[in-house]
Ligand binder design. Structure first.
Ligand code: TRP
Length: 455
């Protein structure tokens, strides 16, 4: 039976961009850029996207389209039934499972903030009171589980709809809305007194602000923000027609993702500077600082509703790609129906997310924190983003660069592409630049390489 395909090119592009554009762009990127000093970090991040993210994105789409399969089956078709490379596919499915479990909790916070904004929650509150609302929320296990379940239900519902009538249809609705909201908010920021200061913070690199940890974080974030390293793009690529140009598609998706991350910074930093807040507030930047600022400007409660809707929509199109990887795996390998696969895996992911939803309540799972120094939520995020994604991406690059049949790879790369002549350059980057950089990054993380006494 022929595999389902995207109904249109724009549908695929919006679905893939929808996967890439998520909490990583709007919540995480501004705060890690802020913590790491702004411009110089942004520069390293842009280089990582171009030099590492972009080539791996082509490799993933290529593996998916070439095999017409989700990650595990893709490796077993390419490398052989018995091959150990199948483990890369398994790591991918496991990573998707883990990421979605806590991602949905953060997405749930956005839903809660949409509702709070509709109720004009900042009315008559001091900045301290507004800030403490976030701490109260993250400590309220029951509320977190409630929103986590709502978000998972919506995600499961869309994935059950299928590639065309679920994922593609919703991406085509949500992504344009997301973009319009972004533009409205950027335009509002342009009129803030701190706009130039914000621009400068994001675009003027101050190399002295850069630390080795910042560089590592930038490279790691390139994977997360482009949805690479676990087979999400691979799975979306498996629904692509042979007529499509993989190189061009990758350029478009990487550019859109980067554009939106930068726009998020242009929304957040001008507002932050206009009110004299610190750009390095950390994870609370979107949930604590931004609401305080909105409480002080005219029309702020409307802007606040828009901002948190933006976060929720961005999270939703990403979450469906995470669930799709796990779902497609069970459809492809066990022959389950889509409905059964999405319901069962989605429910398991929901349950696995419960400890993350409870992580802010200090009295639950405190033994976990004693044992691993991080709460459950942070442990999962750390494990997936810092280790599993880079490792998965590295192994995929090594496989495509060194182990797969070159003729097969070349044929799939040039198939439908105007940029076939770039094959040699791409393969070179995938063989040398990507593995060397990634190995260095991983060695630093393990602590085998060291930067200086204090890092
Ligand atoms: N890219 C999304 C973000 O920036 C998150 C995401 C969706 C993801 N699918 C993924 C991350 C697959 C890694 C792998 O928020």
């Amino acid at each position: 039976m022929a595999r389902v395909q995207w109904a249109s090119r724009i549908g695929f592009v919006l679905a893939a961009a929808g996967s890439a554009v998520g909490l990583g762009n709007i919540w995480k990127f501004p705060y890690i850029a802020g913590v790491n000093g702004g411009g110089a970090f942004v520069l390293i991040y842009l280089v990582s996207i171009a030099l590492i993210g972009f080539p791996i994105m082509i490799a993933e789409l290529l593996l998916g389209r070439g095999t017409q399969s989700s990650p595990v089956m893709a490796f077993s078709k390419m490398a052989g039934e018995e091959s150990n490379w199948k483990a890369v596919g398994w790591i991918g499915v496991a990573t998707g499972f883990i990421i979605l479990s806590y991602y949905s909790v953060v997405a749930g916070w956005s839903l809660n903030y949409v509702l709070m904004s509709i109720c004009d929650f900042t009315n008559d509150k001091s900045p301290e009171q507004i800030n403490s609302l976030f701490d109260t929320l993250s400590a309220s296990g029951g509320i977190n589980i409630f929103w986590h379940s709502i978000f998972m239900l919506i995600t499961i519902g869309i994935v059950i709809g299928g590639v065309r009538k679920g994922i593609e249809k919703w991406s085509k609705i949500l992504m344009p809305v997301l973009f319009v909201i972004l533009v409205v908010l950027v335009v509002r920021s342009i009129f803030m007194p701190g706009f130039m200061q914000g621009i400068e913070f994001v675009f003027a690199p101050d190399l002295s602000a850069l630390t080795a940890a910042g560089v590592l974080e930038a490279v790691g974030h390139a994977f997360f923000t482009l949805s690479l390293g676990m087979g999400a793009m691979l799975t979306y690529g498996s629904y692509l027609s042979k007529k499509e140009d993989l190189v061009k598609a990758s350029v478009v998706v990487c550019s859109l993702d980067t554009l939106i991350a930068l726009m998020a910074c242009l929304i957040i930093f001008p507002i932050v500077f206009s009110f004299g807040f610190a750009p390095n507030a950390g994870p609370g930047l979107a949930f604590k600082t931004i609401p305080v600022v909105f409480s002080q400007i005219i029309g702020g409660s409307l802007l606040s509703i828009l901002f948190f809707l933006l976060l929720a929509f961005a999270a939703l199109t990403s979450a469906i790609s995470l669930l799709e990887v796990v779902t497609a795996h069970f459809i492809d390998s066990l022959g389950w129906t889509r409905k059964k696969a999405a319901l069962i895996t989605g429910s398991l992911i929901f349950m696995f997310g419960i400890p993350s939803a409870l992580s802010g309540s200090k009295w639950i799972f405190s033994e976990w924190e004693d044992l691993f120094t991080k709460n459950f939520f942070d442990t999962m995020d750390y494990l997936a983003t810092n280790w599993m994604l880079p490792l998965g991406g590295l192994l995929m690059a090594i496989y495509v660069g060194w182990f797969a049949k070159k003729a097969t790879i070349r044929a799939e790369f040039t198939q439908g592409s105007k940029y076939g002549s770039l094959f040699g350059a791409w393969l070179f980057v995938l063989r040398f630049i990507v593995p060397i950089t990634m190995v260095v990054v991983l060695l630093y993380k393990v602590g085998i390489l060291q930067v200086g006494p204090e890092s």
